[in-house]
Ligand binder design. Structure first.
Ligand code: ADP
Length: 492
């Protein structure tokens, strides 16, 4: 079994607890790696080290252009090592190799884009209303950024946080999910190879409460950027508030994928399947509520069932596989329990509905792609995030009804709209309360396009030019160009 160390201050270190825990391969259900069990002492070591790297040494002396060059080099190294990183992720996480290969050829773009952006952050000269002063703004990094990531897309989500944070000049402590820590530890070798100074990027592994929370609570932590469940996000935000720390939160979703009668039906069927069964439904943007206009409902469901039944399950390392295992055993249990919830609530099971017992699934944690019709939007299966291959189909009458149902949920991460009517597409995109609306497509993301949540789906935006400002603070500088100092008791 592979035994990993943590990475702090440019060194590979053992956890101060002296203990490791097992990481499992979801396809075999067997442990394959040992992950250091970090605790508060390791968190303290990492944050102090990152803080020292932020205040002293080569990093704060570098120009933004030099930081950009390092980020671009890191992007190149990720591209060169894409296969190895992809295989690590597949082994640890159960993601499809087919998807990971694509993802890891795309991840370098985050390092290129934010590397390029690093030296394009500009303050402004403010045309003041007062004579005799020169006033300008400048942007400065925050300090130590703690990046806490979930298990569903570890390397991609690390890139979303790390690239802008480093481009802005911060130092970072990464805390990957305890279920999928290996890829971050493999990745950080490339950070070292790229030539980032020691302490600029650190990785602390371990459980959320033991290793994550002390990073959040640490007085030298300036910002926490988190992707994960809304329950943990709330706890992190509450804790961060006590120290007036900044937070960026990307939380869950219960995204509506809305198909109107005038849609190109074949495309919408594909979009519905990719919205919920790609990545085994384990994405925050899963289109887990399929809203179908009543006039096309029955016909659409038949087409959807026909396509969904062809999904090939099995070994995620095989390029043929379309639906892989669930990443963690607790998540596997959770999905199965939600299937029971839906059955008990009176939803009609049309496909799947339990563990996959196909021979190609072996002993892995597989759930059959599952489709329910007759779902009412008030049911728990329509309101709560399942994070698995479980689709709830909800009929609607007209545009008004679709908007009402789409927005009647506490989340607001993504939404899909399928229609050939451009006016309707624009009206829907205006009225849906979600951070991303896709029209005649689903699940598209780019390093260039802002991503984040309305309502309980989060705080702040990742990706796109504005993301770098989430890791900067603005300073206003006043220079007296010749005003006499007058009465000191009067505000100027
Ligand atoms: P999930 O239920 O999808 O695993 P979590 O929100 O629990 O999502 O986990 C996402 C990340 O948050 C993981 O890296 C996990 O270790 C971390 N985490 C969980 N609980 C805490 C906590 N109390 N404080 C800080 N980090 C936490």
């Amino acid at each position: 079994m592979q035994k990993y160390q943590m990475y702090i201050g440019g060194e590979w270190v053992a956890p101060s607890s002296g203990t490791w825990f097992e990481s499992f391969n979801p396809f075999t259900g067997e442990p394959w790696a040992l992950i250091p069990r970090g605790n508060a002492a390791d968190a303290d070591h990492a944050v102090r080290t990152a803080h020292a790297a932020f205040t002293d040494g080569p990093w704060p002396q570098m120009t933004a252009t030099q930081r950009g060059a390092l980020l671009r080099k890191l992007g190149d190294l990720v591209a060169q090592n894409a296969q190895h990183l992809a295989e690590t992720e597949v082994r640890d996480n159960g993601k499809l190799l087919a998807e990971m290969a694509g993802q890891l050829n795309y991840v370098p773009q985050w390092y290129y884009y934010f590397g390029g952006l690093a030296d394009k952050v500009q303050g402004a000269v403010i045309p003041l209303d007062k004579k005799g002063y020169f006033n300008f703004t400048r942007y400065e990094p925050l300090g130590v950024v703690v990046a806490i990531t979930p298990w569903n897309s570890p390397l991609m989500l690390t890139a979303w946080k790390l690239a802008p944070a480093l481009a802005a000049g911060n130092t970072v402590v990464i805390k990957p999910s305890e279920f999928t820590s290996a890829s971050a530890l493999e990745f950080v070798k490339l950070v070292e190879q790229a030539g980032f100074p020691a302490g600029v990027v650190n990785v602390v592994t371990g459980y959320g409460k033991e290793a994550g929370m002390p990073l959040v609570e640490h007085p030298l932590t300036a910002k926490i950027t988190f992707t994960g469940s809304d329950a943990t996000g709330r706890l992190i935000a509450e804790t961060a508030a006590r120290g007036f720390k900044k937070v960026g939160l990307e939380l869950g979703g219960k995204s509506p994928n809305i198909v109107f009668e005038d849609a190109v039906i074949e495309d919408a069927v594909n979009g519905a399947v990719s919205g919920i069964f790609a990545a085994t439904g384990q994405t925050c943007i899963a289109g887990s509520r399929l809203l179908l206009q009543e006039s096309i409902h029955d016909d659409f469901v038949e087409k959807l069932l026909t396509l969904a039944k062809t999904a090939k399950m099995g070994n995620p390392m095989s390029l043929e596989t379309q639906v892989g295992p669930v990443t963690t055993q607790p998540q596997y249990q959770k999905i199965l329990s939600y299937i029971d919830v839906a059955k008990n609530e009176g939803a009609t099971l049309r496909m799947g509905g339990g563990p996959a017992t196909r021979p190609e699934c072996g002993k892995g944690w597989f759930v059959e792609p599952t489709i329910f019709t007759g779902v009412d939007n008030n049911m728990r299966i329509a309101q709560e995030e399942v994070f698995g291959p479980v689709l709830s189909i909800i009929p609607f009458k007209d545009e008004e009804d679709a908007v009402r149902i789409a927005n009647d949920v506490r989340f607001g991460l993504g939404a899909g709209v399928w229609t050939r009517d451009v006016g309707r597409a624009i009206r829907m995109s205006e009225r849906i309360k979600a951070g991303t609306v896709w029209v005649n497509t689903y699940r598209a993301v780019s390093f260039m396009s802002p991503f984040g949540g309305y309502k309980d789906s989060g705080v702040g935006r990742e990706n796109g030019q504005s993301a770098i400002y989430e890791y900067l603070q603005m300073k206003s500088v006043w220079i007296n160009t010749g005003v006499k100092t007058g009465n000191p008791f009067v505000m100027r």
